[in-house]
Design a protein around this ligand. Structure first.
Ligand SMILES: Cc1cc2nc3c(=O)[nH]c(=O)nc-3n(C[C@H](O)[C@H](O)[C@H](O)COP(=O)(O)O)c2cc1C
Length: 199
């Protein structure tokens, strides 16, 4: 039985680090990547909270990731209260899981938010014009409204936030029957340091 060749990063720690950021970048750009959607964990007064978000950007240089949310949402309030957060995603095609822990900052009125809003599609802006706010109890399931795309351009903007996550710890897991590989990195004032760890 012939087996697929091992990936280039296999047993190469620096290449694994580069692959991690490349995969996250591809995930932000491509809907079909398993890294396009990530589970985002925040801390609420009642304990940890998880939900899916779309990864919009991953920048290896600064070690940051970006996603968007409604500033009226619970996750926005949780981030403002406690910026500690985590993201996790698994890509079935490459058999790679990436976990990120870091600190989130909410950008609503600054240049980061403006650039993110300018770069978002009309279709994506519609949900930021939802009335009432996300999480509000409704008398019936359909008792909310969304604006049309044109109205959303102005109505949605006050509710839009870009969230930047500055990664502090990274965990990479590659699954292969010939031997899984797991590596982790931690950010220090001088940069990233990491090593192999038992899967
Ligand atoms: C495929 C998918 C993608 C989603 N992307 C986002 C997103 O990018 N940002 C966001 O705020 N919510 C997104 N959601 C909705 C959240 O998972 C969540 O249900 C909602 O934002 C409320 O979360 P909260 O009450 O914790 O704030 C997405 C849900 C799904 C199923």
């Amino acid at each position: 039985m012939t087996r697929a060749p091992l990936p280039d990063f296999y047993d190469d720690l620096d290449a694994t680090f580069a692959a991690l950021w490349r995969l996250l970048g591809d995930g932000a750009a491509q809907g079909r990547s398993g890294f396009h959607l990530a589970a985002l964990a925040t801390l609420s007064p009642d304990g940890p909270r998880l939900r899916t978000v779309v990864l919009r950007e991953a920048d290896a240089e600064s070690g940051t990731l970006r996603f968007h949310c409604d500033r009226r949402s619970d996750k926005a309030a949780e981030i403002l209260e406690n910026p500690a957060c985590a993201l996790a995603a698994y890509d079935e095609a490459s058999k790679i899981q990436i976990r990120i822990e870091g600190r989130a900052t909410l950008h609503a009125d600054d240049s980061v938010a403006e650039a993110a809003w300018a770069g978002s599609r009309a279709m994506s802006r519609v949900c930021y014009g939802a009335d009432p706010a996300p999480g509000t109890a409704l008398p019936t399931g359909d008792a909310y409204t969304l604006p049309d795309e044109e109205t959303a351009a102005t109505l949605g903007r006050p509710h839009f936030a870009a969230v930047m996550v500055r990664a502090e710890r990274l965990d990479f897991l590659y699954l292969d029957r010939r031997g899984h590989r797991r590596a982790a990195w931690k950010r220090s004032p001088t940069g990233w340091s990491g090593g192999w760890i038992a899967p």
